[in-house]
Design a protein around this ligand. Sequence first.
Ligand code: CTP
Length: 130
Amino acid sequence: MHGTVLTFGTFDVFHVGHLRILERAASCGVRLIVGVSTDQLSIVKKGRPPVYTQAERCEIIGALKCVEEVFLEESLELKRDYILHYKANTLVMGDDWLGKFDEFESMCKVVYLTRTPAISTTEIIEKIRV
Ligand code: CTP
């Protein structure tokens, strides 16, 4: 078990897949710090604006028992800076990003966790829409 764990995501329309990955990420270390993607970055990643604002998403994630601290992730290009700034020992990502962050293995442990099947924000939005 290593000290500080860092993970990232948009976490829009909070669902059980989000909760599970955050709880599992927290169990990889002593404290979990979460980079919540800004509205602007989420538009770049997902091609649509999030339903909840970045302030609301930060408030929800920051209220979870398993999360010690949240900050806004401004850009996908800043992972290295965030790892250094927060002195992360472990970077946790969902396996939708499998292999994408192996370049940070010289700085910290990189762990990809399996996504919870059959749930996503996109699917929830679609379900509500019909
Ligand atoms: N995640 C997960 N299981 C799911 C959905 C998401 O473990 N069923 C994880 C992702 O792998 C990521 C984090 O939760 O590490 C935040 O994912 P995010 O992209 O915000 O959620 P999605 O539901 O995948 O959103 P979207 O459908 O908008 O892409």
